[in-house]
Design a protein around this ligand. Sequence first.
Ligand SMILES: N[C@@H](CCC(=O)N[C@@H](CS)C(=O)NCC(=O)O)C(=O)O
Length: 202
Amino acid sequence: MAPHALLHELGVPFDLVHVDVASGAHRAPGYTALNPNQRVPTLVHGDHVLYESAAILLYLCESHPESGLMPLPGNPRRHLFLQWLFYFTNTLQEDLQHWWHADNYVTAEACRSDMKAVAEQRLGRFFSRFDSSLAKDGPYVLGAQFSACDLFFVMLCRWTRQMPVTALDYPQIKRLVDLVTQRPAWRAMMADEGINWNGPLT
Ligand SMILES: N[C@@H](CCC(=O)N[C@@H](CS)C(=O)NCC(=O)O)C(=O)O
């Protein structure tokens, strides 16, 4: 969702190829030749093939420095962009993976339930802290400036939609989500993918 929305933000031409994870298309040889780790998404740009959505965001922003969607080196908010993008991809997304896919980590049902419960607590503590920081320096991840980091964060907020407490229960986070999901690029991405906020994981 985030790389796809970014392509719309950039206004560049692209082809979207649906890889149907539900039917195992990400394990088919044609796809694993591109991404041996069997995950979506993968970006193919000329001779370049890359996966990991945060890396794709960085790559696309670097390819379009004029877009203003990433603070460039020398910008006083550059370090925050890097900090949050990495935190979101290696910590927040990992907690969400534990909740959705505990079976990828542990086998016993009791362990899976425990893992989900701990993930929920960790997510709750993070969202609470982050909501307070947005109240002081929002409405976006980098403050007043919208950036590709917001696309990544809002994508992850959607992963909470089946949890007892969702990211939208935090008022400043909800404000950020509302701002981003009203953007034409986000709406175009959702329309292309045929999904809504509360629909199944794609
Ligand atoms: N860190 C990766 C995570 C990608 C990821 O988990 N993708 C899911 C999308 S539902 C997937 O491909 N799942 C298939 C599987 O794990 O078998 C990224 O951000 O690109």
